[in-house]
Design a protein around this ligand. Structure first.
Ligand SMILES: Nc1ncnc2c1ncn2[C@@H]1O[C@H](COP(=O)(O)OP(=O)(O)OP(=O)(O)O)[C@@H](O)[C@H]1O
Ligand SMILES: [Mg+2]
Length: 424
């Protein structure tokens, strides 16, 4: 049976390629698509095993190529010989082979050869895509996701101050805001520039153009060793962050900083389960992809009865989604007025009893210190270095270092790497 080939080619090259493909006995052009949307629909309908696409097709980015791969379709990119960076863009987008757009029968035959080559190299059906996040080697930076359930438990406060503590310990840190429900990191650290650095990084990554230098340029320093990649403070701009290219941003970040600390949204619902449109951008994808990419997840809960109950439920949700491999639980705003005369003990007991967590870091409520930091757009270690709140977050930073050290030791002693997707 001939192999089905999908095409989405612009201009004169289209008929050249289709004729050459049709002339080959083992290949059959099953759909000539007008644009990327039609191509993806045909791929998802299982109409072909290979797609031959023009590089200058609109919306042909990394996300589109990922979607082709997910549908088991290989991608051959035809680069416009006059377009700047045309070959690099297609490679960056993840095309399996890249050729210059054909202009005659001989060059069209090269395209047919490429189709046969990729088919040959790939047993049918195409195996599951290579894991995008193999265990990071020890010398690359670590990604820490700061997550917490609804109710503003203090994800941003913990993320910002944790990043500042890690930076003060002499390691380059990148603090990023991936909260798609209205990011506030930039404002909290006093960055006046409204430009969302993360959205720009995602755009560049989507085109295969993000490298460490570019990412560093998008992340200004706000203190020694502390860079900030701002998010979108306007909640309606969330689609700019919810792209599969976000994974590439975190991968590049590992070469920019020793630690990448990411503030995330609260919601873990998988939008595609809520909607029939699986192509639509997904608001919670940024959080879910970040949690998947992270080496350690810092789970922040609030130290009141409602906050603790949400935290317990949040921890089990994370486990159900397979996202709680290595985690550090932080209970914030612990105070006697809501948890009794010995609040730390009460919170610790509740966590042990309902979530089996015995190693949480408890951060006391400190209205004055937190407000001063917020008002002056500075960190707790600058405005209230001796406060118990700051000391608890510094302890969380030390714990993170120990956790990561343990990961490195485990990896050295492990007989072979764990299979993709299996985390603890
Ligand atoms: N330990 C603390 N003591 C006193 N106030 C705190 C403490 N931690 C956080 N806060 C305050 O609680 C509020 C919520 O904190 P924060 O913005 O960090 O939460 P969040 O989980 O990021 O919320 P959002 O859902 O809005 O992103 C802020 O006003 C912050 O200043
Ligand atoms: Mg926040």
């Amino acid at each position: 049976m001939p192999h089905g080939v999908l095409t989405a080619i612009r201009g004169a090259a289209e008929s050249l390629v289709v004729q050459a493909l049709e002339a080959h006995g083992q290949l059959q052009v099953t759909r000539r698509c007008a644009d990327a949307t039609e191509l993806l629909a045909a791929a998802e309908a299982g109409l072909g095993r290979v797609a031959v696409v023009s590089g200058h097709l609109e919306h042909l980015d990394r996300e589109a190529v990922d979607a082709l791969h997910a549908a088991g379709v290989l991608a051959i990119g035809l680069a416009d010989p006059t377009g700047p960076w045309a070959v690099e863009r297609l490679r960056g987008a993840g095309a399996d082979e890249v050729l210059t757009e054909p202009h005659d029968d001989a060059t069209a035959a090269d395209v047919v050869d490429a189709v046969l080559r990729v088919l040959d190299a790939t047993p049918a059906p195409r195996p599951a895509p290579v894991p995008t996040h193999p265990a990071a080697p020890a010398e690359r930076g670590r990604v820490v996701a700061v997550w917490g359930p609804a109710g503003a438990p203090g994800r941003t406060t913990v993320a910002v101050n944790l990043a500042a503590e890690l930076a003060s310990r002499g390691a380059p840190v990148l603090l990023a805001d991936a909260d798609t429900y209205g990011g506030s990191v930039a404002q909290v650290v006093g960055l006046l520039d409204e430009a969302p650095g993360l959205a720009a990084a995602v755009r560049q990554a989507g085109q295969g153009l993000l490298d460490p230098t570019t990412l560093a340029r998008l992340s200004p320093f706000v203190a020694t060793d502390l860079r900030v990649l701002s998010g979108t403070s306007r909640a309606d701009r969330w689609p700019e962050l919810s792209s599969s290219a976000l994974e590439s941003v975190w991968s590049v970040a590992r070469d920019v900083a020793r630690w990448t600390v990411v503030d995330t949204g609260f919601c873990l619902e998988q939008d595609e389960l809520l909607s029939y449109d699986t192509r639509a951008p997904q608001r919670n994808a940024a959080t879910l992809r970040t949690l998947e990419a992270a080496d350690v997840v810092v789970v922040v809960g609030a130290g009141d009865p409602v906050g603790i109950q949400r935290l317990v439920r949040g921890l089990s949700e994370l486990s159900e989604l397979g996202l709680a491999g290595t985690r550090l639980v932080v209970v914030n705003r612990v105070r006697a007025s809501v948890a009794g005369p010995r609040p730390a003990e009460a919170v610790a007991q509740a966590l042990a009893r309902y979530a089996g967590v015995r190693d949480a870091i408890l951060v006391p409520e400190d209205r004055a210190a937190t407000d001063t930091a917020l008002l002056e757009a500075r960190t707790l270690r600058e405005v209230a270095p001796g406060s118990p709140e700051r000391r608890a977050i510094a302890a969380a930073a030390a714990r993170l270092e120990a956790l990561v050290e343990a990961l490195v030791t485990d990896a050295r002693h492990a007989p072979e790497p764990a299979p993709a997707g299996v985390r603890g």
